[in-house]
Write a protein that binds this ligand. Structure first.
Ligand code: ADP
Length: 195
């Protein structure tokens, strides 16, 4: 059977990563976070990591081709899964088109897009809490602000892009981790059954 690929959309701090990990376990999907992949490249000190760091540390998105090439390289080493859950990618319409094979890369069809809606105040609260726990270099107040602005300018348009394909589902991201994951699991189950 063809793989079932899910995209998590949502602002920084919307809980995408937390929920993507839960869904991955529940449905035997491989969780792929481009933010985590970039942080691994940076930690290993290689050229890709150095280039990525120059963007990440000022709250900018990394270039589309750099991101998609890294993603495809990572995906090519994964087998024996029911599909992928993409967390943090695509983040631009251009990246979405690249996944569909408009560029030179192989296709990665997207079957379901889950958009986590969280209000701005809650996002700010969650980001401050995470900064205290994780000490990420891009979690300072100015950089957080920049990332949220970039999300609205560059990533939010993806909602319309996927709505036009009929694969977008809006999810209320306010509530406890368990409440939200219950709704997400139910949505994934329903969409998998419809195939
Ligand atoms: P966030 O909590 O902001 O969603 P991530 O861990 O997903 O954080 O990403 C951290 C940073 O990594 C982003 O601000 C961006 O610079 C870079 N990044 C991650 N995914 C992508 C992507 N798909 N395209 C471009 N840059 C990306």
């Amino acid at each position: 059977m063809e793989k079932f690929n899910v995209v998590m959309l949502g602002a920084p701090g919307s809980g995408k990563g937390t929920q993507a990990k839960i869904l991955a376990q529940e449905f035997r999907l491989a969780h792929v976070s481009t933010g985590d992949l970039f942080r691994k490249q940076i930690a290993s000190g290689n050229a890709l990591g150095q280039e990525a760091k120059s963007y990440i540390d000022r709250g900018a998105l990394c270039p589309d081709s750099l991101t998609i090439n890294m993603l495809h390289d990572f995906l090519s080493h994964i087998s024996d899964v029911e599909g992928f859950i993409l967390d943090g990618v695509p983040r631009t319409t251009q990246q979405a088109e690249m996944l569909e094979g408009f560029g030179t890369t192989p296709k990665l069809p997207v079957h379901l897009v889950l958009n986590l809606n969280v209000d701005q105040e809650e996002i700010a609260r969650r980001m401050i809490k995470r900064a205290e726990l994780e000490h990420r270099s891009d979690d300072t107040p100015e950089i957080i602000q920049k990332r949220i602005e970039n999300y609205f300018a560059q990533t939010k348009p993806l909602e319309e892009y996927y709505a036009a394909q009929g694969v977008l589902r809006q999810i209320n991201g306010m509530g406890s981790v368990e409440e939200i994951s219950a709704v997400l699991c139910e949505t994934v189950r329903r969409e998998m059954r419809r195939r």
